[in-house]
Design a protein around this ligand. Structure first.
Ligand code: NAD
Length: 260
């Protein structure tokens, strides 16, 4: 009974009350769903995206929109990370949660993919996450710790005939996550780091797939439907919040049974 009461009190106050969360790629899809949920749960949110116009349109939809901060941000650029963290620290004095969500996909078989396209995917998905982790640690270790959530994909865990760069970049994110978790735990930084592996999710990224491809992909999902962005955001909330305080270096798959 007491536990239940405690839980109700915590939820009514917001599971992220008093926290500052930086979310990349927050102008669309999963990133925006995470930003909206975290704001509803009481966090101050720093929304960043390379597409500043789409970001500006989205922030107005958040709970207490004036309390959040929007930053134009190319995650593959280290000077951009320095500027975004500086702006967040200036406004809120700390960052408790970083969600490395920005990502891109590129089609093409291993025989077709160009080096240019391979490098572009790697630079956003893997370099971007590496820089996000590096700057998160640099800042969080001075303010008592925090939580990093790296958005990987089921594509990290399963071979694909059509997206070799995407799968390799997301597998890199998965391994990097465990290195960050181990390093932070061993150094006593109180920083946790976990990877989140969405299955196919209804977002503008998926809308770019052809209808035939979508049908084929859907047929492979045991639960018979794509995820909604909120399904992924709920998992990010668990990994970012105190309910997962003993969880680090793990990978949370949210895929309707796809890789089972
Ligand atoms: P989306 O295309 O809807 O949104 C991605 C956002 O990232 C966009 O707002 C885009 O402007 C931004 N972005 C792109 N390049 C950037 C850069 N260099 N710097 C900063 N921002 C940049 O995609 P989504 O479906 O919401 O995907 C979000 C994350 O989830 C990605 O990492 C993606 O790989 C992953 N994911 C998506 C699915 C899916 O089915 N949608 C499945 C597994 C994993």
């Amino acid at each position: 009974m007491d536990d239940q009461k405690g839980e109700m009190t915590m939820q009514s106050e917001g599971r992220l009350k008093g926290k500052v969360a930086l979310i990349t790629g927050a102008g669309s899809g999963i990133g925006f769903a995470i930003a909206r949920l975290f704001a509803e749960e009481g966090a101050k949110v720093v929304l960043s995206d390379v597409d500043a116009a789409s970001l500006a349109a989205k922030v107005a939809l958040l709970t207490q929109a004036d309390e959040h901060l929007c930053q134009p941000h190319d995650v593959s650029s280290e000077p951009d990370w320095e500027r975004v963290f500086a702006a967040a620290i200036e406004r809120y004095s700390r960052v408790d949660i970083v969600v490395n969500n920005a990502g891109i996909a590129a089609e093409g078989s291993i025989e077709d993919v160009t080096l240019e396209s391979w490098r572009r995917v790697m630079s956003v998905n893997l370099d971007g996450t590496f820089l996000g982790c590096k700057h998160a640690i640099r800042n969080m270790k001075n303010t008592g710790g925090g939580a990093i959530v790296n958005v990987s994909s089921v594509g990290a865990l399963k071979a694909s005939l059509t997206g070799p760069a995407y799968g390799a970049s997301k597998a890199g994110v998965w391994n990097l996550t465990r290195t960050v978790a181990l390093s932070c735990a061993r150094n006593g930084y109180n920083i946790r780091c976990n990877s989140l592996h969405p299955g196919l999710t209804h977002t503008p990224m998926m809308d770019r797939a052809s209808p035939e491809m979508l049908e084929r992909l859907k047929a492979g999902i045991p639960m018979g439907r794509l995820a909604e962005a909120i399904d992924i955001a709920q998992a990010a909330l668990y990994l970012a919040g105190s309910e997962s305080k003993y969880v680090t270096g793990t990978s949370l798959v949210v895929d309707g049974g796809y890789i089972s």
